[in-house]
Design a protein around this ligand. Structure first.
Ligand code: GUN
Length: 287
């Protein structure tokens, strides 16, 4: 039987730490770290994320602003808002919720965010800094996975780490972070041959392909640590599920994250951490 990695408990522990640090920060500086969240359009899932982000800000004592723009917002309007937020001293972190409506050029919008306020770590400047291991911000989901491993006592050094998925938001940065922690890292994707055999080599398996319950026990070595980044709807009942078939894998793994309650709660928590870091850096910049 695998030990459950409780993302809710670990996220709560980190938020408590951030809240304590924020109280000290406010006492020393006289203002709170500030986050602006921008959402364009009516995607219901995005709206839920945005609401949760504001709630998390309140919980740790941050100032937050939300901008809900109509789906037909033009590029100039969105860029003007980002420019204004770049110059606003109350705002230390800017998050533009993705995906954006099709008519907006995502790359151009992300490039407009001041890299010092880029708490998603999506700006190419911050992506480059992660590549060379000298960064202020990490993308929230892979950073959350690293915290789950660390706070569950999982040793990474020298371990076979297999990341399935190569997105810019999760797979690629996840591979870099495991490499930085001295793991031996393999990145798999939709064209990988013998995916099952590669996965079965993993001491640490990170599943991030967005296919409901794709990985069953036949993909998992006895005693592996299994991290499920998936967030899918199960076709049979519409319930939330991961990329891992939990019932099948749980008896084989040594540790496993559930969905929901695993990686999910960590993502927003890491956003809070990045916003706190951004506030500290920008405070130092004006002093
Ligand atoms: N959409 C889904 N996840 C994320 C995220 O972490 N950041 C942003 N900006 N958009 C997202």
């Amino acid at each position: 039987m695998a030990k459950l990695i409780d993302g809710r408990a670990i996220a709560a522990e980190i938020r408590k730490e951030i809240a304590e640090e924020t109280a000290v920060f406010k006492g020393e500086n006289g203002y709170a770290p500030g986050l602006a969240v921008v959402i364009v359009g009516e995607d219901p899932a995005s709206k839920v994320y945005v609401r949760n982000k504001h709630r998390a800000c309140e919980e740790v004592g941050f100032y937050s602003e939300g901008y809900e723009l109509p789906a037909d917002t033009d590029e100039a309007t969105l860029l003007a808002l980002i420019e204004r937020l770049n110059r606003d001293d109350r705002i230390h972190g800017i998050l533009v919720q993705l995906p954006l409506p099709k008519h907006l050029d995502e790359e151009k919008i992300l490039l407009a965010i001041d890299p010092a306020k880029d708490v998603d770590a999506f700006h190419p400047y911050n992506v480059g800094r992660i590549m060379i291991g000298n960064y202020d911000f990490l993308p929230c989901t892979p950073a959350g996975v690293m915290q789950l491993l660390k706070r569950s006592g999982v040793e990474i050094e020298g371990k076979e780490c297999v990341v399935v998925g190569r997105s810019n938001i999760v797979g690629k940065p996840q591979a870099l972070l495991l490499l930085e922690a001295n793991g031996t890292v393999t990145v798999c994707h939709s064209r990988t041959k013998d995916l099952r055999d590669v996965c079965r080599r993993a001491d640490i398996l990170v599943a991030a392909i967005g296919k409901p319950e794709f990985f069953d026990a036949s993909y998992v070595k006895e005693g592996a640590v299994v991290i499920d980044v998936g967030m899918n709807r199960r076709p049979s009942d519409g319930k939330l599920c991961g990329d891992v078939d939990f019932a099948s894998v749980e008896p084989v793994a040594s540790m496993i994250t559930p969905v929901p309650g695993g990686v999910g709660p960590m993502t927003i928590t890491m956003l809070m951490k990045n916003t706190f870091t951004a506030a500290g850096k920008q405070g130092a910049r004006v002093k």
